[in-house]
Design a protein around this ligand. Sequence first.
Ligand code: GLV
Length: 326
Amino acid sequence: MIKKKVLLTRIFPKLATQLLEDAGYEVIAWDQEQPMPYDEMIKVAQSCNALFCTLTDKIDVAFLNRCSHLNIITQFAVGYDNIAIAEATKLGIPIGYAPNAMNEATADIAFGLMIATARKMFFMNQKIKNGQWGSFDPVGHLGLELKGKKLGILGLGRIGMVMAKRCKGAYDMEILYHNRSSNEKAEKEFGAKRVDFDTLIAKSDVISVHCALTPETRGIFNKSVFDRMKSTALFINTARGGIHNEGDLIHAIQNGDIWGAGLDVTNPEPMKPDNPLLTMENVCVLPHIGSATITARNEMARMGATNIISFYEEGKVPYIVNPEAF
Ligand code: GLV
């Protein structure tokens, strides 16, 4: 029997290759640290049956039409805004993804950024490196405390639930959220309150973004929204950089419209080293490491490999974005 060929577009955890090869698949893996260039991806995919990709790969309408022979694409991430899902569905290509794998890991980064931003940790650490640790300063660089504050979650789903649990347990925070539908589990377990978007931004001391990047959420945090937030509010984004308008965020912090921001995602990625956010006292930026734990990344690899193997062996994709593609 001819082996099915799977193209891996990045250096993924070894488990992905191991599971695929053990199941009898041939793995063609891009071996450079930087993402596989778009044209190269199309060229190599011509001789492959399945694609194992991630959020740095542009799987747009043109890509899909030039690679419409692919039987299945699986995304090493929970977000899939880099993939033209409607077109894939039209072409009958199922799209797999990796939900739940990084709930704990990403909530840890949101929680960590919240504390780090409230206490100016990245900025103060940089001062030591710059040789600017003078002496204990009774009035310098004072931060905020989080106990009993209001946490506002945009997109209270799987990752938001873990963030809510962390914040409830550590600081007894009051949980507000804005979702299309209500989250009864969160209401029952954390006393979370569903509110409209305007109430969420006006009342929250910490806004934590956990929604997908969609046409409705793209740039939703803009000047008009930052203007209506508390001047002591923290803005935490571990979802996608496209959800906030970066220029408006910089202006809002410089102007004192909000207190500060903790970002694991930026727009574009990577952020340029001369970005003003990187030297601001009340800002902490990380390079999109939400899911970067050994546990999460191995689980993401397992889910991707399982999607491909189950597709060929059982005709179903266990972690699927577009079941209607079948
Ligand atoms: C990471 O950002 C993911 O979507 O999994």
